[in-house]
Write a protein that binds this ligand. Structure first.
Ligand SMILES: Cc1cc2nc3c(=O)[nH]c(=O)nc-3n(C[C@H](O)[C@H](O)[C@H](O)COP(=O)(O)O)c2cc1C
Length: 338
């Protein structure tokens, strides 16, 4: 499927929710949460975009990186390139209903699998969202990751068992969902976790445990102490706290503090290959991509998701060739202009 065709389809079906702007900078959709935007003034979404764009790369063409290596290994699985599908829920209230929750989960999990990588499913106040996600993971023979809202530990562990039963590769919690009022409205309260509560979650499963939404060194150190396997440096696409930093601003310090203990992923405003390369240069093992997968699913279903992911992959190859990066596993901050 052509990228432009899928974007036109998505734009038509997402009227009022997403304008598929030429630059996805959080301006048009500011305040649309529920919806596709950033919360409040959308300062955090806009900052993800602007701070990432402010990073510049050194163009370099005399080197041996003719055929860059993109493969890497995460949670014991080899993936074709270091881009994972972010957990996303709420097709009706966030995206305008262009696809059902069941269709969306299948598109992302199977579309990512087809592109040689791994998709994640999310959790929200409507319990059927998580169930549809698990159904998709089962259909992909377990090739997916389940991210659960920071509910009570008892409720999280219940859902970890469900994810294990579906054969998921890893499980985790989006800790940055700790203040979501919508969850309370559904009668399903969420909140922050203490280190001992995190330890209880980590030791409740043999699967790798992911903490998503880590934005400061203190929290990263707490995750290391609790035995977390992977953190995702993320501000939830700017959807939870207005006026917070962008992930690319805090990533390097977090990598310095816990890079030798934890696997570190990052997300926020990944829209093209150079964005991925910038996060890798700042020390991330890989990135998650969010909103573009929604365009893929609504505009072209599973095939659309695969097209989005493969386009990013091809752009990453170009960016690596033009910066002299031979291997995604050894990209360094030397390619960034300071
Ligand atoms: C509509 C929408 C719904 C989301 N739902 C979830 C969710 O249920 N769980 C979660 O951990 N993150 C959720 N996220 C955040 C994404 O996983 C990811 O962190 C973010 O979208 C990355 O930024 P990007 O969209 O700029 O790529 C959601 C994001 C959007 C845009």
């Amino acid at each position: 499927m052509e990228l432009n065709t899928l974007k036109e389809n998505a734009k038509e079906k997402m009227k009022g929710f997403c304008n598929l702007c030429k630059v996805c900078d959080g301006v048009w959709c500011a305040g649309k949460v529920p919806g596709m935007g950033g919360t409040g003034s959308a300062s955090s979404f806009k900052r993800n975009y602007t701070k990432l764009k402010e990073i510049n790369l050194i163009l370099k063409t005399i080197h041996n990186a003719k055929d860059p290596i993109l493969k890497t290994t995460i949670w014991g699985k080899e993936i074709d390139f270091p881009v994972l599908g972010a957990p996303i829920t709420g097709t009706k209230f966030n995206m305008g209903g262009g696809v059902t929750e069941e269709e969306y989960c299948e598109d992302v999990i199977l579309g990512c699998l087809e592109a040689g990588t791994i998709g994640m499913i999310g959790d929200t106040g409507d319990p059927t969202c998580f169930e549809f996600g698990l159904k998709a993971i089962k259909k992909a023979n377990g090739y997916g990751v389940a991210i659960i809202k920071p509910r009570s530990n008892e409720e999280i562990i219940k859902r970890i068992r469900m994810a294990e039963e579906a054969g998921a590769i890893a499980v985790g919690v989006d800790l940055d969902g700790a203040g979501l009022v919508t969850m309370k409205l559904f009668g399903q309260p969420v909140g922050p976790k203490s280190i001992s509560e995190l330890k209880e979650l980590v030791s409740s499963t043999k699967l790798p445990f992911i903490a998503k939404g880590i934005m400061c060194v203190e929290d990263a150190l707490a995750c290391a102490e609790a035995g977390v396997d992977t953190i995702v440096v993320s501000n939830h696409g700017g959807r939870v706290l207005d006026y917070c930093q962008s992930s690319c601003e805090v990533l390097e310090d977090i990598v310095k503090a816990v890079g030798d203990k934890l696997t570190i992923l990052a997300d926020g405003s990944v829209r093209e290959g150079v964005d991925i390369l910038k996060y890798l240069a700042l020390g991330a093992k890989g990135v998650l991509v969010g909103r573009p997968l929604i365009w893929g699913s609504i505009g072209g279903r599973k095939e659309g998701v695969t097209t989005i992911v493969n386009t990013l992959k091809n752009q990453l190859v170009q960016a690596m060739i033009l910066t002299g990066c031979e291997d995604v596993n050894s990209v360094s901050n030397k390619i960034i202009i300071r």
